[in-house]
Unconditional design. Sequence first.
Length: 253
Amino acid sequence: MTTLDLFRLDGRTIVITGASSGLGVGFARSLASAGADLVLAARRQDRLDALAVELEGAGTRVAVVAADVSDPDACEAVAEQAIATFGRIDGVVNNAGLGSAVSALKETPDGFRKLIDVNLNGVFWMARACAARMEHGGSIVNVASVLGHIAPRFPQAAYAASKAGVIGLTRDLAGEWARRGIRVNALSPGYFESEMTAAAQGDVLREMVAAQSMLGRFGVQEELDTALLFLISPASSYVTGTTLLVDGGLSSY
């Protein structure tokens, strides 16, 4: 086996949440190219179906499950579908999430709770559902954010709190499940070209990133895909409980 072989996912089943748009679509395409069988989960069935047709056309085996990760029962159903279709779960990419840029004094209780319920609680419910069915050697990657590490440049209390929570949750689950042979890590993107950033004052964000990060630009999907592939694959077999920042130096500037 060569070093490059360690990045292959042939014969492995990976669950990806938030797979109907944005970074999740790119993650699905990348892991498919590495040989994985995929279970795609999100709320928008039509977009999941369209992605499945594309991936299956290229030879990937795909199962699709419409699910809201804030519902524990829905997460259990995703895990059950993975087992029913492929007989195994080898990895999870907890990517589903909501964005928010509301000042703390204007945030509503319902808005705050909804974001935490998806961005943090949903990570826990899906990780738990899948870990209960994983064999030794499984890998869970929770998508956090650079805003879980640094003070946001814009008012984002709920979002920042949810992502900081994901980082803490990742450390705990890694410790709990290490003896079961399940690794748990977090991936913290900076600002990437995506539907979320385009909708959230993209030009203002670009000016901020240009002035306040080392590389001075947004990242592109492929630069995050490679980091995810490392964490989800056997290439990172001695890595657990850590958070990999992929932020162009924003958190270090």
